[in-house]
Design a protein around this ligand. Structure first.
Ligand code: DGY
Length: 329
């Protein structure tokens, strides 16, 4: 009888992912609502062949050193900034992620945030709930137009591009900034390349879709926010630390920009008494851009696919550190 590989799964995930892993492996599942503490993670990985983790788990050098048998790390997310990819590559551990399957859900949600901030939907809901709706008001809860406005997309990858496609339906003028210029998308979608400073100065909406890297950490800080129009709205459905939260509080309180809508924050979760939570011109939601039933089911299935491929010694179908396969044996 062959022994089945041991796998640690750091949280309950949809059955589309859990079932195939259970079928092929000996699964140890962290059943709690909150992520496992680091001490638990270190203990659990010690005898594991595979790790199926989430973006809330810091998978650093220490965890990898503890997981001496680890042959694969599979994350149920596209972003892998919580994982030390360099350390994984150095140890020959492939890291799986879930690109593509959450693109459309995330782009839908980005637009939902954009519209909600532009048209002040949460404030309207609060207004009705507080019993303040007494008549139709000619000048009550006025927002700004989305149709025909200028949208600046920072990061024209899969999700940024999907947002651009939606923006075309609103006749928006679309600027983009990305380290890689995309003449193909410029031609196909009519998007205009702009340097970041130029984009910030010209956009009515600035939407962030870049990965979190040392280069993008606090990319949107005081200088960037001061460059934006006082009427502009910032949307972040990328990663919290792309925006400097202290600078954003000042920008929103002092009117450097009009409003912000955040799916992600720094820190995450943001404490309920943080000023960004109570500012009327800031919408904060709990990192739910990919949270649809079918998207989460596909993410889980993809994470299982990566994990099982790694355990079989096959190349991961969706690998975040493909350079691991180029390293000399
Ligand atoms: C990801 O997959 O990186 C997303 O942030 C999850 O919503």
């Amino acid at each position: 009888m062959t022994t089945r590989p041991v796998v640690y799964v750091t949280r309950r995930i949809p059955e589309t992912g859990l079932a195939p892993v259970r079928e092929a492996c000996q699964v140890r599942l962290w059943e709690e609502e909150l992520p496992p503490p680091k001490s638990v993670l270190l203990q659990e990985v010690a005898d594991c062949d595979g790790l199926l983790c989430l973006l809330t788990d810091p998978i650093d050098e220490e965890v990898m050193a503890a997981g001496t048998r680890l042959r694969v790390i599979s994350q149920m997310a596209v972003g892998v900034d919580n994982i030390d990819l360099r350390a994984a590559t150095a140890r020959g551990i492939p890291v799986g992620h879930t690109p593509g399957v959450l693109t459309e859900a995330t782009a839908d949600f980005t637009f939902a945030l954009l519209m909600a901030a532009a048209r002040r939907i949460p404030e309207g809901v609060d207004y009705v709930r507080a019993g303040k709706w007494r008549t139709w008001e000619p000048m009550g809860l006025l927002g700004v137009d989305v149709w025909g406005a200028t949208l600046g997309i920072v990061g024209l990858g899969r999700i940024g591009t999907a947002v651009a496609r939606r923006a075309r339906g609103f006749a928006m003028h679309i600027l983009y900034y990305d380290p890689t210029r995309r003449p193909d998308l410029e031609a196909e979608l009519g998007v205009e390349y702009a340097e970041l400073d130029d984009l910030l100065a010209r956009s009515d909406f600035v939407s962030l879709h870049c990965p979190l890297t040392p280069e993008t950490h606090h990319l949107i800080g005081e200088a960037a926010l001061r460059r934006m129009k006082p009427t502009a709205i910032l949307i972040n459905a990328a990663r919290g630390p792309v925006v400097d939260p202290d600078a954003l509080v000042r920008a929103l309180s002092e009117g450097w920009i009009r409003a912000a809508a955040l799916d992600v924050t720094e820190p995450e979760p943001i404490p309920p008494d943080h000023p960004l939570v109570s500012l009327p011109n800031c919408i904060v939601v709990p990192h739910i851009a990919s949270a649809t039933v079918s998207t989460r089911e596909r993410m889980a299935a993809m994470a299982a696919e990566n994990l099982l491929a790694g355990l079989r010694g096959e190349r991961l179908p969706y690998c975040a550190n493909p350079e691991v396969y180029a390293r000399p044996l």
